[in-house]
Design a protein around this ligand. Structure first.
Ligand code: BTN
Length: 273
């Protein structure tokens, strides 16, 4: 693995990659932190409409969904967060996590990756293996959600001996590009470009405007799944997502809408779904 350039050099390369669009972002690139999500959450809320982005070369305590750890490797992972002011303010943004997953998926496709899939609510898979994870946390002002901190971790090139607990099937961009070293700045620039475009669409038209694009990449479309949540498991066939981002399952008791939980594919036993 090549040694990483210093953060200021990486930042300049990112500004160059974004070209005229760089003005739409407030960009910061640091060497290390505990977690870029934690770091951004502790910063003041943006006073302008730019996307405030923090890239960290190294995280000492990267966080995943549901209290899990997120592991990353120097130069082998891309870890960054952005702060996005919620459009109307005051309500939890339905479907936001799906929009972010879709933006990452589209950016990867633009970079030449084929077979990108989305696992509800927002894992990014390639042929069933996890390539990127997303952690969204809301920042409240006077008790109301005012901004979202959107953290993205993407495997660029994992060490051969990488062992990731809780993630049995993982992949990285090096593999998915057929053994070509990914250009991390180009990948980051592509993701930021898609995020800006899709967050604008989402702010104006809601998740419904992007629902079809998400469904096209649904890793579990028409497959039997089980959802594990705090109150147990639900089994059914995945029939898609609603225009509010809820996962829709056909179950023995009828259609159920799921708003939170973990999805796992379960073998089809031939029983009722
Ligand atoms: C998951 O799949 O569990 C979500 C992983 C999110 C990881 C990213 S890396 C950048 C940001 N900072 C963190 O501590 N977590 C997110």
């Amino acid at each position: 693995m090549q040694p990483l350039p210093d953060p200021a050099t990486s930042l300049r390369a990112l500004e160059e990659a974004l070209g005229a669009h760089a003005a739409a972002y407030a960009l910061d690139w640091i060497g290390d932190c505990d977690s870029s999500n934690t770091e951004l959450t502790n910063r003041p809320l943006p006073s302008d409409d730019r996307l405030h982005v923090l890239v960290a070369d190294r995280q000492h305590a990267g966080r995943g969904r549901r209290g899990r750890r997120w592991q990353s490797w120097d130069g082998g992972s891309l870890t960054f967060s952005l702060q996005w002011r919620l459009p109307a303010g005051g309500t939890a943004p339905a479907g936001l996590s799906l929009v972010v997953g879709l933006a990452v998926a589209r950016a990867l496709e633009d970079c030449g990756v084929t077979g990108v899939q989305l696992k509800w609510p927002n894992d990014v898979l390639v042929h069933g293996r996890k390539l990127a994870g997303i952690l969204i946390e809301l920042v409240a002002v006077q008790g109301r959600p005012a901004a979202a901190v959107i953290g993205i971790g993407l495997n660029l090139h994992l060490p051969d001996d990488a062992h990731i607990p809780d993630q049995p099937a993982v992949t990285d961009l090096f593999i998915e590009l057929g053994g070509r070293a990914p250009d991390r700045v180009a990948v980051l620039g592509a993701i930021l470009g898609q995020l800006r475009a899709l967050l604008d669409t989402y702010a104006m038209a809601g998740f419904g405007a992007l629902q079809g694009a998400w469904e096209q990449r649904n890793a579990f479309a028409n497959l039997p799944v089980s959802i594990s949540g705090e109150s147990g498991s639900i089994h059914g066939t995945c029939i898609g997502v609603g225009d509010d981002g809820a996962l829709c399952l056909r179950t023995a008791e009828g259609v159920r809408r799921i708003v939170s939980g973990d999805v796992s594919l379960r073998p089809d036993t031939g029983g009722p779904t």
